[in-house]
Design a protein around this ligand. Structure first.
Ligand code: ATP
Ligand code: MG
Length: 243
């Protein structure tokens, strides 16, 4: 039987112009920090931005944003609260701080439920903070959301890039647009840039390892002053022009 909730998703997302899925096959490469910082910078430039934390088992954007007592409001669906200028949605509103281990179909169910009830309104960008890996979330974003574009994150490590290479190949096979690859915690080597060229995928640039970043988690004004945020802002100029 067709899930009736799926038919309403497009209607709910009608006002969303661009979906950017910040993704990597590898964990711990900086997806959540980048997705949050990117969203905050876009909002500070006057764009209407949503941030959707799709890491249901280990969400972290609420910590990066220093989320205070906000709650989605119900009004013919659910309206995500404004958090530092972002329309924000995360499983944490429903998990009360408990772990939410979800098997494949349970993940899809929770995702479909959130997509079918959330009224994002008009957004220039909806940024998705993806969980690590190439699994349920990746496949469901491609299956259920209209024309998502993937922004891929790697570190200089060949171990991280190998997972990104696999992701690039899969996305290309499925004709899913790739914005490009960001090299986080760059070291100065040009390996990743060369690998991107070989794969025929855009290299968007690198971001330094910034030892100050951890102290700014939860304090967005300080986060936006870091070298991490400044370098993210540079990548963003390209992103805004091309997507
Ligand atoms: N450029 C950087 N400089 C310093 N610290 C960084 C940088 N990028 C990320 N970090 C830190 O590295 C850790 C991992 O980052 P983050 O949680 O964003 O990665 P992730 O890819 O989302 O991880 P997961 O796959 O578990 O969701 C965090 O503590 C974050 O603050
Ligand atoms: Mg994360």
């Amino acid at each position: 039987m067709v899930d009736p909730r799926i038919s309403i998703i497009d209607e709910r997302m009608r006002g969303v112009s661009r979906i950017i899925a910040v993704s990597s096959g590898k964990g711990g490469v900086g997806k959540s920090l980048l997705a949050s910082t990117l969203s905050l910078i876009l909002a500070s430039k006057g764009y209407r931005v949503g941030l959707f934390d799709l890491d249901f088992t280990s969400p972290s954007t609420h910590i990066i944003l220093g989320l205070e007592e906000t709650c989605p409001v119900e009004d013919k669906g659910i309206i995500p609260p404004l958090v530092h200028g972002l329309r924000y949605m995360s499983i944490i509103y429903y998990s009360s701080g408990r772990a939410t281990p979800l098997r494949g179909t349970d993940f899809s169910n929770a995702f479909i439920e959130l997509l079918s009830v959330t009224n994002w309104g008009s957004l220039d960008f909806l940024v998705l903070d993806m969980p690590p890996g190439i699994g349920d979330a990746t496949l469901d974003v491609i299956r259920l959301m209209k024309r998502p574009r993937f922004l891929l994150v790697t570190t200089p490590s060949p171990l991280a890039f190998e997972t990104v290479r696999k992701l690039v190949c899969m996305l290309k096979e499925l004709s899913v647009p790739i914005v490009g690859v960001v090299e986080n915690m760059k070291t100065g080597s040009s390996n990743i840039q060369q690998e991107c060229r070989k794969l025929n995928v855009s290299f968007l640039g690198g971001i330094v390892y910034d030892p100050m970043v951890e102290e700014t988690l939860g304090k967005v004004d300080s986060l936006l002053e870091t070298a991490f945020a400044k370098e993210t802002a540079k990548l963003l100029e390209y992103l805004v022009k091309t997507v």
